[in-house]
Design a protein around this ligand. Structure first.
Ligand SMILES: [Zn+2]
Length: 276
């Protein structure tokens, strides 16, 4: 019996699965095996998850190639997915996570996390092609630092502390979402259409951000909100509401392009608005 050769340095990890006959790697680490045997890979993954649940032990998954997966579970222990390639559709809708990390993972198709509940979640450095988090709750800390989203929907979500710094979004929607604590969007880049319609913010920090086409209509900014050195090409703040604790909002508009338009109709604010 040959053991899979897959190793990882930090955290230290050595795969203990059997290698596929004729290969040096197991069914998870061989980059082709899942293509012809998706059910075998999915069943074995479920087995590993259930073993963790029974043993109440953290789950560490590194470097797997995974097919379509549907998992609804209550993860009361930490779960780590590191450099995992989710090659098919992924559905974790209604799952509950006490602590989950998707570090440098790739979600190549649809990723569904609708109505999921996260205490601590990190998607740092991961790439998500088409993700839906609608009505999910992030009750403690949400870390999306450096996450690359092609298309993402965070409609009607609740966030506590959240950090989207350095994240890039091709198409994003945060309609009717509530941020109950500080939200950071420093150096985040919204390169396509972004919607924050009826979104409710507390403190917002957005320094050096870029918004190409953003809708903040009917948004509420309930505490200090800063958009310092942030560039808006097309922005609509109509009917949005900045509460009086806001000391400064600086809109830095790229005057090079004549396509810029910023609409501030019915904007409620007592702050000093500087358009540079
Ligand atoms: Zn392996």
């Amino acid at each position: 019996m040959t053991i899979c050769e897959f190793k990882y340095d930090s955290p230290k990890y050595q795969c203990k699965e059997q290698a596929i006959p004729g290969s040096r790697l197991c069914i998870f680490h061989d980059e082709d095996y899942y293509k012809n045997n998706p059910q075998v890979v999915f069943d074995k993954l479920k087995e590993q998850i259930h073993k963790s649940i029974t043993d109440k032990k953290h789950l560490l998954i590194i470097g797997y190639y995974l097919p379509n997966i549907v998992i609804i579970d209550n993860f009361t222990f930490p779960v780590y997915f590191i450099q995992v390639k989710f090659c098919g559709n992924v559905d974790f809708s209604q799952s509950r996570f006490s602590e989950v990390t998707f570090m440098s993972c790739e979600f190549s198709k649809n990723a569904k996390f609708s109505e999921a509940e996260f205490q601590k979640a990190s998607f740092s450095g991961s790439l998500l092609q088409d993700a839906v988090f609608d009505e999910s709750k992030f009750t403690n800390k949400a870390d999306f630092v450096g996450t690359k989203f092609n298309k993402v929907s965070f409609n009607r979500c609740t966030f506590h502390l959240s950090n989207f710094s350095g994240a890039t979004f091709r198409e994003a929607s945060f309609t009717s979402t509530k941020f109950t604590a500080r939200a950071e969007f420093n150096s985040s880049d919204f390169i396509g259409k972004a919607t924050f319609h009826q979104t409710e913010f507390q403190e917002v920090s957005c320094e050096n951000g870029v918004f190409y086409k953003v809708d903040f209509t009917n948004a509420h900014f309930n505490a200090k909100s800063e958009f310092i050195q942030t560039r808006f090409q097309e922005a609509n703040f109509s009917d949005s509401n900045f509460h009086d604790e806001v000391p400064l909002m600086q809109l830095c508009i790229d005057i090079v392009s004549n396509r810029n338009s910023v609409s501030l109709e019915h904007l409620v604010t007592k702050l000093t608005l500087i358009i540079a």
